[in-house]
Structure formats: structure tokens, C-alpha cells
Ligand binder design. Sequence first.
Ligand code: FES
Length: 487
Amino acid sequence: MPHLIPLSRLARLVGTSRANLQKMAKSGELATFDGQVDLDEALKHFPDVKLNDEAELKRVEEIKEQALRKKPQEDLPDAHVLHERLRLLGRDYAAVSVKLSHYERTVGWIAERLAEAEEEGETEKGFTDAFMQWLRRELETTPADMERLQALLAKERIMRVINTQVTLLPGEQTFEVNGKESILEAGLRAGLPMPYGCSNGTCGECKCRVAKGEVVKVRPHDFMLSQTEQQQGYTLACSYTAVSDVSLEVATGGPADIPEQTVRARVRDVEVLGGNRIAVHLMTSRAERLRYLAGQRVEIAVNGKSRIVPAASCPCDERRLEVHVECHTPPDDEDLRGPFASLLRNTDVTVRGPIGSFVLDDSSERAVVLVAEGGGFAQIKSILQHALSLEHAPYIALVRLAGEEGLYQENLLKSYAGVLDDFRYIAFDAATPRETVIETVLNETSQIAETDIYVAGSSDFISVLNQRCISAGLPEAQWHAETISKA
Ligand code: FES
């Protein structure tokens, strides 16, 4: 009987990345069935998996979490969710037990039928005894690899109690729901543009249909689903969690489907990046979060003045929002220089957005090459963090050309490169000839037809790079660019 498990769970089980498994599946090396892998097949490819080395796996996970600055999630489901997950596990166990008893009875029937056949002279004398001895011996002996399979399966079952996988249809984007978080919280943490409004069970905007699997309520909600909707399997993503692996019909849409929002936020920190550029770290109020896509921009208003700036964070950062601001403006233009000249920690600001359509194609499983020139780094950083969080791309490269303020936030990128096998960071100082940078980009795209390129920088640079990439064979649809103009 095949034991199929999703790629992301297998990745954690055997200590590799989901992108690596995807690469193996794409090359035909690893057999998959509807995006899942049979545990037998997994053992063939990862025979040395250390099933008891929990400490090592945990250590690697912790390093990655630190590097990616992900807030550790509440890992353990609460009693109610745990009860539901164990109930489903118990149901699976009961089904297997019943099947096993049926097989045992079937073995008895085979023995009786063979004995009858022997009595009637249809088989040789002694055949029944010999055959039944062989059969029982085979059934009782556990081959060595069967023990490993059992251990792997037991570990996978425990993982299923702690977290479950959600697949969004029709896009087939997947993410894990940890502990007792709602489906919406987990989807947003994965950086996916799931529809929602209030996020507290009032508006009904997060309504979606459960096509497969089971969900359970984890938050009270005022919005009432009609009886027909309930019968059709509709649920509220902000108030329910998954208790088994679940497929959900959700229209995730693109930038045009995200409504404009205005939310309140507070300045947590102001970081000087270099030259006249600063990073403003914001936290939205507890009841609000901004729905946006990696690569988009927002308008920040403070003290009656406002400015549109790029978001440099991942939508998966929940209530945290980082924007990069170039403060260099003509000294007499106070309005433009305006809101950011005197920002202090704990200043309240208003954020309106999102703005723009330079976003990550989250349905693509191609390699990703990101190119940032000067201040274009903000949006590229946002896209990079989203791509890393999705784990869809088999390979990600960031080619960066410094602006006049030099290279900043490099420690973060170096820590990514240090812990992630499939990420490469290549940086050039501002004096580097553009041709060298372009050649490097082309070198990073060994299979250009299987690559998505995202560039943020000056219009001249973008124009030249575009011509070179398209003539090297990049399909137009896989080219994404954003022109950065000076503040
Ligand atoms: S987001 Fe409003 S009810 Fe779920």
C-alpha cells in the first residue's frame, strides 16, 4: 500500500529543501503522484536519512529560521485541534486495523480452501501445509527496509499531528499550518495573496471551499455561512485551521485583485543604510495588517505629508513592514523631503497601498535570477524573501550593483548564502562596468528558458539587460522589471 506524503513534509522528514525535491521530480529522478511522494520511493533516494537525529534536524531548522528572521511559530496545537488531529489519526488507524483483520481472515480462508482442494485431490498431498508455512513465515518476518519504512512513517504521522499541509486550488500553491494558527494566518505567513478583509471573522471575505480534508474552528466568528454554503463545504480561512491535509478552492488573484487599504502603523526602528538612504521598520496595529505582494510599493503619511516608497519586507512578515526611503532631495523642497526627515521610534504613521504590479510569480517553479541596481534593492529584497519563503524555485541568484550609498544589509544576504544551498549572492561596487554585471546575470541563467528574471534599477540599465536576455532566449513573460527613479 503506498504511503503518499507532500513534498514539503518529506523535505523536513529527510532534511533537504522542497526545491531540491522539486528539482529531482522534474528531472524524473524522483517519482511523484499529484505532487506527493511514496515513502518507499523516498527511502530509495535517502537511504541514509537519520530517523533519530532530531537534534541535528532541529539545529538546521533553527539556523534557517534565524537567517530568514522568521518568528518561531507556536508549534503545538491546542487541546481542541490536537483532539481533532488525533481523532483523524485514530480513524486511519482503525481503518488499517479493520483491513488487517480482514487480511488475517482471508489467510484462514485460503488455508481452508487449499485443504479442501487437497482432500479432493486437486493439489499434491502436503502442498497446503508447505504453502501455509511459507505464507505465515513471510507475513511474520519484517524485512530490514520495512523497519526503516515503519520508522519513517511513524515520524511522518507525528509531524501530521503538529502541522498539516494546505494546497490552494487551482494554483496548487502549498503551505503548512503549524500548531493552532488559522489557515489564513499560515497562508499569509507563506506570503500568498489569500483574500481577506477583517481577519477576525466579521466580513466573510476569506470564505473558501474545502475540496478535500477536514477543518475545525479555532476562533469565534460573527459572519454566518448559509446552510447551503456549509453543505457545499465552505469555511472561513481566518477562523478555521486544518486538522488533516486540506485542498482549498481559493481565488488568490494578482495585484489587481488586492483592494486598496489604509492601515495604522508605528515606527519600530529607523536604520541608516548609507548615504541618504534609510530603512524604516514599521509594525501595523494589532487589529490590522496590510495585504500586499512582494515587490509592491506603499504610501506612507505622517504629519499630513506623504510619499510613495518601496516595501522591502516579505508579506510573510505578518504585521512587520520595512520600507526604504531615499531622503536626498533638493534642500528647499521640504514637502518631498518631508515626512522622513525627523522620523523617530514610536511615531505613528498611516500606510496606504499596495501600489504597483512588479511582483513575484508565485505559481512558477522555475529558477529565479534577481538583479538590483542601487535603491532597486528594496523591492528585490522583498521578492527574494518571498521566493525563499515559498521554496518553489530550484535555484535563486541575486546579482547586485551598488549605488552611490554602497552595499547595505549585506550581512543578511551573506547569512542566506551561508545556510541555503540553492541561493547565490554576487555583489559589485558602483564603479563596476555595467557590461560585467550583465555578463554575470547571463552566466547565472544557464537554462534561460527555464528562468524568471526580476530587475529593479535605472531605465538605461533595464533596457540594455532586457535586450541581452531576450536575445539569449528568455521568454518575454519571464522578464519582470521596475524602473527606479530618484526621489
Ligand atoms: S477575513 Fe473577515 S471573516 Fe475572515
